[in-house]
Design a binder for this molecule. Structure first.
Ligand SMILES: [Zn+2]
Length: 355
């Protein structure tokens, strides 16, 4: 259990609270922490050895994953109030935990825990004004569209939110979740994910800053020592996909699931192995097909942002999603400063594109 010793202000978070200094404050703080420790230990989750693996102690991991994601959003300074929205950042974090611990089998549904955490004392569903009765009458919310129809978001207890803004108590509560719901051997992986989330946020800020400088085709590899691969790729994807508003720069496909999962990914124009460059101007948002075609050198981007199609692409109907794009202009990011750099596109035309 956390016991405060020193005094002063906890730095580093916009919503940070003053560390308790008087004995009375300290006692209050620790009793809050005890209360929420009990709450977190006693989440109602499905227990079933036939359905859930040993690593999640034979219990459904949805609620712990969602809460860990909320902790991470607070740690990143993204969640600055006690109001939690059901948005793509939340789903993204949930998916990261799911993939790491549950493997690549079907992704879990984050809607269910968002709704069912409402039975916990600290998680208060906020109905859309006018839908209060509909929300209390509904027995079960199973789909994102139903959730969005009825629920504005969830409000955390103010005390609980305060505990999350103080790194020491947040980490103490995180440990409670680790110990209650996960086998010891996956706890380091979970801790890693939390760190990656914070690192990715820092790196995304750095990438936005980099755009204000002159574009360099090759970056110094020092960044590799500072950030892990997952942090880098998460940040690169987040910045590039947002720049293009989830639109494939080649074909214009813009498709998201109701939860916010997107059809496009961020491609490096000059591959990372050649450039060590995550500058957003070395990136382009593409759907799966056009990402593959870019990497294979079947498509490229010529001067004036015109799409070039390789001669090796056949002109039969099966290849239409490629040849039909010839000489069209790519879809630009709304912020033109984030457009692909000419140097990067020229490098790709010379070294990867099959003319
Ligand atoms: Zn596409």
């Amino acid at each position: 259990m956390l016991r405060w010793s020193g005094d002063g202000v906890i730095e580093g978070h916009p919503g940070a609270v003053t560390q308790p200094t008087s004995r009375r404050q300290l006692a209050l703080f620790n009793s809050m922490l005890d209360d929420y420790t009990d709450e977190l230990k006693n989440l109602r989750t499905d227990r079933n050895p036939a359905r859930w693996p040993a690593v999640t102690r034979y219990r459904a991991p949805h609620k712990p994953f969602l809460l860990l994601t909320v902790f991470d959003l607070v740690a990143q300074g993204i969640l600055q109030t006690s109001f939690v929205e059901f948005n793509s950042q939340l789903v993204d974090g949930f998916d990261h935990y799911w993939l790491k611990i549950m493997g690549t089998s079907r992704l879990g549904d984050p809607v269910l825990p968002f709704y069912h955490l409402g039975t916990s004392r600290f998680w208060h569903l906020v109905p859309i004004p006018g839908r209060e009765d509909a929300l209390s009458a509904v027995g079960q919310v199973r789909s994102t569209s139903k959730l969005r129809e009825l629920v504005l978001g969830a409000r955390l207890d103010d005390e609980f939110f305060k505990l999350l803004t103080v790194p020491e108590s947040r980490e103490a509560l995180r440990t409670v979740l680790f110990e209650a719901y996960f086998a010891p051997r996956v706890r380091p992986d979970l801790a890693d994910l939390a760190q990656i989330a914070v690192e990715a946020s820092q790196y995304a800020t750095e990438l936005h800053r980099r755009v204000r400088q002159r574009f360099e085709l090759r970056e110094t590899p020092a960044v590799e020592e500072q950030y892990r691969v997952e942090s880098r790729s998460t940040a690169f994807r987040r910045v590039v996909v947002a720049a293009y508003d989830h639109t494939c720069a080649m074909c214009g496909v813009r498709l998201r699931t109701p939860e916010g999962r997107t059809a496009v990914a961020a491609a490096h124009i000059v591959p990372w192995t050649d450039s060590h460059n995550d500058d957003p101007r070395n990136g382009i948002a593409l759907c799966g097909l056009h990402h593959w075609a870019l990497d294979q050198g079947l498509v490229g981007v010529a001067p004036e942002y015109r799409i070039a199609i390789s001669r090796v692409v056949p002109t039969d109907p099966g290849a239409e999603p490629l040849w039909s794009l010839e000489r069209r202009t790519i879809h630009h990011p709304a912020d033109l400063n984030l457009r692909p750099a000419h140097e990067a596109l020229a490098w790709h035309l010379k070294h990867v594109f099959r003319g």
